[in-house]
Write a protein that binds this ligand. Structure first.
Ligand SMILES: Cc1ncc(C[n+]2csc(CCOP(=O)(O)OP(=O)(O)O)c2C)c(N)n1
Ligand SMILES: [Mg+2]
Length: 402
């Protein structure tokens, strides 16, 4: 479970504190002209008067989560290729956003993630296997949202933002010090739910932080077809809340900017909107062929901006990260990956007939018809001894593969 510290946090410009929504001066709500950056891609500290650099030990401890996050993404991708999971929306390249979103929260806070935010969910403390079993197509999966205060990963775009605002509003009414951090993508900002969530949050002054991971694509739709606003963070002023832009591949800047927004929400300062500028390094999911809408050169340009590489260079430069330290982090990350592998390589007995159960108390006529169709198909092509469909749909892969 992550625990936030208040070290090294600045405050958002012109942040209006108080318990009721008050109109704030326009300039105080506008994001900075350039995304906030504290460590550049070459690993050098770049100063920002408003946001202090988190201390080296803090960065070192969070760096380990980045390394684990990358390993989890790689492992999940491999398991998809082996047929162990149906799909995995990878956050490769976005791990700094993932890790920062989880570690800036305290235990009593809530995280509202999307389908792409598996690493954030795991960083918050949820068992990786409980997260990933959902994606192998077996309904005996998922995690208890209350255990670590992590809502279920939302696939319908932006719906989780409204739920997040509801939870934050309820906490405020109860007088609890809870802050809610709600994540979404650039594409989700075009949804009506995004507008409703931000407007309600601002009017009712609720303790919520909206984090947009702008990875420049919504499947094949590039950002320029999504909006002509100067930035996504500029949308904040339209709702009367502060917006901020941050380098989404700079772990230090994310910790400082998100930490500041969380502190502000907890202190009664109301909601804020943070846009993290990052890039989706891989296809939308394994079901997508990204080469049809972007070039390899576009992706290549983002390789030197990698969030792990950058933090590694910085920490090695300070001698905080040593060869031994790196080896230890790699061993820890491998152990997480091995547990995921072993868990997902376990054979499960799937009953296809359950597809039609547990949704309606009485099946609709279409469902009854489809269930019957499936029964007939299975009866036609069933191996009488094992009950397995003849199309080989059951997965026979065994063993501990990477
Ligand atoms: C309401 C709704 N409309 C459409 C979709 C189909 N869909 C799934 S992911 C996606 C792209 C979302 O892009 P973005 O918000 O930028 O998030 P990213 O996948 O880049 O993390 C779309 C259109 C959906 N899941 N929900
Ligand atoms: Mg996107």
């Amino acid at each position: 479970m992550s625990t936030a510290t208040n070290e090294g946090r600045g405050s958002m410009i012109g942040a209006a504190a108080g318990n009721a929504a008050q109109p704030t001066a326009d300039h105080a709500l506008l994001p900075s002209a350039q995304p906030v950056q504290l460590i550049d891609p070459e690993g050098h500290h770049t100063h920002d008067d408003r946001y202090p650099l988190p201390d080296g030990q803090k960065l070192l401890s969070v760096y380990g989560r980045l390394v684990a996050g990358r390993r989890i993404n790689d492992q999940a991708n491999a398991l998809v290729r082996q047929g162990r999971m149906a799909v995995y929306p990878s956050s490769h390249g976005q791990e700094a956003c993932q890790v920062a979103a989880a570690v800036v929260l305290d235990d009593q806070d809530w995280l509202f993630p999307t389908y792409r935010d598996t690493v954030a969910v795991i960083t918050r403390g949820v068992d990786p296997l409980e997260v990933l079993t959902l994606l192998r197509g077996d309904w005996h999966g998922g995690y208890d949202p209350y255990e670590h205060r992590v809502a279920t990963q939302a696939t319908p775009l932006a719906t989780q933002l409204l739920h997040a605002v509801g939870v934050a509003h309820a906490a405020k009414l109860r007088g609890e010090p809870t802050v809610v951090l709600a994540m979404c993508g650039d594409g989700a900002t075009s949804e009506g739910d995004f507008h409703e969530a931000l407007n309600f949050a601002a009017v009712f002054h609720v303790p919520v932080v909206f984090l947009i991971q702008n990875n420049e694509f919504a499947i094949s739709v590039p950002l320029k077809s999504q909006t002509v606003a100067p930035s996504l963070a500029h949308k904040a002023i339209g709702y009367g809340m502060p917006g901020e832009r941050v380098d989404g591949n700079d772990l230090a800047a994310l910790l400082s900017v998100l930490g500041s927004a969380v502190d502000r929400a907890r202190d009664g300062g109301g909601p804020s909107l943070i846009e993290a500028h990052t890039y989706r390094m891989q296809a939308h999911t394994n079901a997508d062929d990204a080469t049809r809408y972007r070039s390899a050169d576009d992706v290549e340009r983002w390789v030197p901006k990698d969030p792990i590489l950058r933090m590694r260079t910085y920490l090695r430069g300070l001698n905080l990260l040593t060869d031994d330290g790196e080896r230890a982090l790699a061993v820890e990350a491998d152990a997480i990956a091995a547990a995921i592998r072993n868990g997902l390589n376990t054979e499960v007995d799937v009953n296809p007939g359950e597809l039609f159960e547990y949704v309606f108390s009485e099946k609709t006529s279409q469902l009854r018809e489809q269930a019957e169709q499936l029964r007939e198909e299975l009866a036609r092509g069933t191996d009488a001894e094992h009950g397995a469909p003849i199309d080989g749909a059951t997965n026979q892969t065994k063993g501990d593969r990477p």
